[in-house]
Write a protein that binds this ligand. Structure first.
Ligand code: TNX
Length: 744
């Protein structure tokens, strides 16, 4: 276009123009026109008379606009430039939003549609230019009807206020299922009036510690009043809350409170403070089913959801096999195979739920011959469970490990909180495709949608739950909502920037991992070479060397920087003029370059990689250590040993609180030469005679880590990999490396 034409186009577009809307999840159809509607603080939102659903959606929009734009719009019948209209012909959760220079209209057939229209209207009004709504015509409906998150409140407990805040942001991601994992080996979290010991005993545990001192107990539970409040709150945001009461496995806490329910032949266990697959199972006595039915009665009274989740996962049958009580019952039932016994167990419970007008949901272990056709299978051991369920004619939800397991970290950067060391990036989640092309159209219909699971063994705080969930939940939202042909990773990142601004405005502790600076620094003969990148190769990386934070005018990084030793380098990612990552800072001196945290080292093996902190008491900051619990061993790569080197390490102790059955035999222990064990250092490989063996002293009282005396690495020409591991006297506790410094 010529300059003149451009000028003309600008004139024609009227007084207000607006940039293209950045909506997330991306709607099915968006048509943009010229011009914009300017929202004024005196505007009102108009709703039809006697329409509760419309009034609720309108109030939701007003609440969102208050928090993001500081507007205080009235909701009323009569006049108003923003209108909610009930109309026929929309898909169940579908809606339309149409704006012109004079106002905006949301229309839908259902309450859910009106709510999602409100969310879209909010995103239009809180984009790049607040209160300037572009003229658009949007028609939209979701791809899948199950767009969920699972929150594990059993391993770690979150406050009711946190759960409500989660429901809030879920709604504006157009997510509609909150699967609430309320019971597990480590805690029972729901008040059941008939069985008070479930909360007086089973809701508390003594955390595992590496030392002798017992910290205060850890616990918490939700009262039925709190649950009713949460469920009502979720309903007004069109979110179905589905409770999970796990059975027959993951029952250790319950058995700790009511031993008669158990299948063990030995003593009553405590509420567990370990992670992993436990052996405690409910028994199959009539009294136990009465207990479970009583519990489900109270569960159904507070959760009106169509679905009730009863777990069914990881029920190892050791106790059932060795329990005379269970064996006698099984014989009477004519069931010899313990797996078939779980099928029978699930049938009993499923029948009870159906009698009460509900449908059973279970993890994919429930998918066995004899499973009732109305049960829903949640596929977690990959997607094969979903595949088989759809063929068998059962409805199914995809939540496959590892892609939709949000206990996996989202980058390998040192800024990630505890979790599993496997990296599931935002892009991995975004690229997850639920469609199974080998299924027929009829079978495809059984795939209700997808869900990501936030298992919280290692996610101790609410801030960290937010970090592990956001923005990956935004990717789940778009996979669940947007038609595959409309999906676009780069476009998603563009739309993520304003979404992150909304997270910030609401005080959410989201992860910036996708945009965060991955800085690598190398010492060279004449100074330091620094390379900068971000996970998504997105936006502009800007940097400074003057001790100030980077700004939109700062130089843009394009190739590795040659800098003098001693420089303070700072960098951040920018999308246009907006900074979208935290600021990365590094003093380029010999010390800080020589030191690497365990998270920056390479793990020797890939068994069960975890990022852990000591299960400590008190308020001292806890070190965060990366290790493979099957083989705690680390490699510091490429050390120049021509002149020899000095190695200093810091180590701490972690409890070995993992139930891994026979796999524990595979862990090398008992090879210590002294009471506490030794640090072993090897060059180029982790086998054979160590180059250095350094005996360890006990960790001082109240210390979580200690710096070990420096050792000398012998000279060898060239660069070498340095391998560190600990010889340890026993399985529990385990030594873990916090950091290592290797200097000439
Ligand atoms: C497996 S997924 C589990 C959970 C753990 C999770 C940790 C499933 C049905 N069971 O008990 O928390 O792995 O990643």
């Amino acid at each position: 276009m010529t300059r003149k034409l451009l000028f003309l186009a600008a004139l024609l577009s009227g007084p207000a123009t607006a940039s293209p809307p950045k909506l997330l999840p991306l709607p099915s159809h968006v048509t943009e026109h010229r011009g914009a509607f300017r929202l004024s603080p005196s505007e009102a939102i108009r709703v039809p008379p006697r329409d509760q659903g419309a009034a609720s959606a309108a109030r939701y929009l007003a609440t969102l606009l208050r928090s993001s734009n500081g507007l205080d719009l009235k909701v009323r019948q009569g006049s108003g430039a923003i209108r909610f209209v009930r109309a026929r012909g929309f898909a169940p959760e579908g809606y339309a939003v149409a704006s012109d220079p004079h106002g905006l209209t949301v229309s839908a057939s259902s309450d859910a549609g009106l709510l999602y229209g409100a969310v879209t209207a909010w995103q239009l009004a809180s984009g790049d230019e607040p209160n300037v709504i572009p003229v658009v015509a949007i028609r939209d409906a979701p791809r899948f009807r199950w767009r969920g998150l699972m929150l594990d409140s059993a391993r770690h407990f979150q406050s009711p206020a946190f759960v409500k805040s989660m429901i809030d942001w879920m709604a504006w991601h157009k997510l509609n299922v909150l699967h609430w994992h309320l019971t597990d080996d480590q805690g029972w979290r729901l008040e059941i009036k008939k069985y008070p010991r479930l909360t007086s005993v089973a809701a508390e545990r003594v955390p595992a510690t590496a030392g002798a001192r017992k910290p205060p107990v850890y616990g918490g539970f939700y009262t039925q009043a709190e649950v009713r409040d949460i469920v009502a709150y979720a309903k007004s945001r069109h979110i179905q809350v589905i409770p999970e009461i796990d059975m027959p496995g993951h029952a250790q806490a319950t058995v700790a409170a009511y031993p008669k329910l158990g299948s063990m032949t030995g003593p009553t266990p405590p509420v567990s403070s370990s992670w992993g697959v436990h052996t405690y199972l409910f028994n199959i006595e009539p009294a136990t089913f009465r207990f479970l039915e009583d519990v489900l009665d109270e569960v159904m009274a507070v959760f009106p959801s169509q679905y009730i989740h009863v777990g069914g996962d990881e029920a190892v049958k050791d106790q059932w096999k060795s329990s005379p009580l269970v064996q006698a019952r099984a014989r009477a039932l004519g069931i010899t195979d313990p797996e078939a016994l779980q099928v029978w167990f699930t049938q009993q419970i499923g029948r009870y739920l159906v009698q009460h007008g509900r449908r059973l949901v279970g993890w994919d272990e429930i998918l066995q011959p004899g499973l009732s056709s109305d049960a829903i299978v949640m596929s977690w051991r990959g997607a094969t469970g979903a595949h088989s369920a759809a063929i068998a004619g059962n409805d199914t939800v995809l939540s496959p490990w590892p892609t939709l397991y949000f206990d996996n970290r989202q980058s390998a950067l040192a800024s990630e909180p505890p979790g599993r060391t496997r990296v599931i990036s935002l892009e991995d989640v975004y690229r997850f495709e639920p469609r199974d092309p080998t299924l027929s159209e009829a079978q495809q219909k059984h795939v209700l949608g997808l869900q990501a699971n936030i298992w919280t063994e290692h996610i101790r705080t609410e801030d960290r739950v937010e970090w592990m969930t956001l923005p990956r939940a935004a990717a789940v939202a778009e996979v669940g909502w947007t038609k595959p042909e409309r999906k676009d990773w780069k476009g998603f990142l563009q739309r993520l920037a304003p979404t992150m601004a909304r997270y910030r405005a609401l005080g959410l502790h989201y992860a910036d991992s996708v945009f965060a600076i991955d800085g690598r620094v190398f010492v060279e003969a004449d100074g330091v070479r620094a390379s900068l990148a971000n996970q998504a190769s997105f936006g502009a990386i800007r940097y400074t060397t003057d001790g100030h934070d980077p700004a939109p005018q700062s130089p843009q990084y394009s190739q590795p920087l040659k800098l003098p030793l001693g420089t303070e380098l700072r960098a951040a990612t920018f999308a246009d003029s907006e900074r979208v990552s935290s600021v990365w800072r590094r003093k380029l001196d010999a010390d800080s370059i020589a030191r690497r945290s365990s998270r920056e080292l390479h793990l020797c093996t890939d068994g069960v990689g975890l990022l852990l902190e000591p299960d400590a008491f008190g308020t001292a900051p806890r070190p965060l250590m990366a290790l493979d619990i099957m083989n705690p061993c680390w490699i510091y790569r490429g050390v120049d040993l021509t002149q020899g080197a000095r190695l200093t390490a810091a180590a701490g102790k972690l409890p070995f609180n993992f139930e891994i059955g026979a796999d524990a035999q595979k862990i090398r222990v008992g090879d210590a030469r002294t009471a506490e064990g030794e640090l072993e250092v090897r060059i180029d490989g982790c086998e054979g005679e160590p180059a250095v063996v350094q005996p360890l002293a006990p960790l001082p009282d109240n210390a979580l880590v200690m710096t070990l005396p420096a050792v000398t690495l012998p000279a060898r020409p060239g660069r070498h990999d340095v391998c560190l591991r600990f010889a340890r006297p026993r399985l529990d506790p385990m030594w873990a490396l916090d950091w290592v410094e290797i200097r000439q």
